[in-house]
Design a binder for this molecule. Structure first.
Ligand code: HEM
Length: 162
């Protein structure tokens, strides 16, 4: 193509991409978060472990903030949750993040375990046993929460009847 026929482009995406990826901080992000050279068999399935870690941190932080305002008492538990939802700044957000995060954590856990079973990651026995310990810990927490919830329902019914 002759120089004469070359059209002027106001925005050239590939030039933009090259320039941005050469900036000091961006080059770090691009070479670690976007293009990260790993073996071809390391697929997105191996990203779920990090996602689990991220979800766990979210659960711990939001749980900590909720426990500041929650009152584990038969007479006050309900009203403390109402207080969190209505009066605490962004309390509703923390509560919903915590409850939705719990479901996401369990879904991610099952997918993570299925990945491990499908690709025979369980051959790495020490890592697998550590995972089983974490899973049992989550199950115990779930059972305790369920028992607490049922107990609260019973108490509430008792209080309403009174
Ligand atoms: C909160 C719970 C858990 C967290 C935060 C977690 C975190 C991680 C992370 C970050 C990795 C490396 C990246 C990856 O392969 O995805 C990993 C790998 C692994 N996890 Fe988990 N995990 C959890 C639960 C479990 C459970 C319940 C099991 C199985 C019972 C398990 C078994 C494994 C195995 C076998 C690997 C090695 C995979 C491989 O390299 O092929 N993990 N985990």
């Amino acid at each position: 193509m002759s120089q004469k026929n070359k059209k002027f482009k106001f925005f050239n995406y590939s030039t933009f991409k090259t320039r941005v990826s050469n900036l000091p901080l961006m080059s770090y992000i691009v070479s670690h978060l976007i293009y990260y050279p790993v073996p071809a068999n390391l697929t997105y399935g191996w990203g779920i472990g990090s996602m689990l870690g991220f979800l766990l941190i979210i659960q711990i932080i939001t749980g900590l903030f909720l426990s500041i305002h929650y009152v584990p008492d038969i007479m006050q538990a309900f009203y403390s949750v109402e207080f969190i939802m209505r009066d605490v700044n962004n309390g509703w957000l923390f509560r919903y993040l915590h409850s939705t995060g719990a479901s996401c954590l369990f879904i991610a856990l099952y997918v993570h375990m299925l990945r491990g079973l499908y690709y025979r990651s369980f051959k790495n026995l020490i890592v697998w046993i550590t995972g089983v310990i974490l899973f049992v810990r989550h199950l115990i927490k779930l059972i305790i929460l369920k028992a607490e919830f049922l107990q609260n329902c019973k108490n509430l019914k008792f209080m309403v009847r009174c």
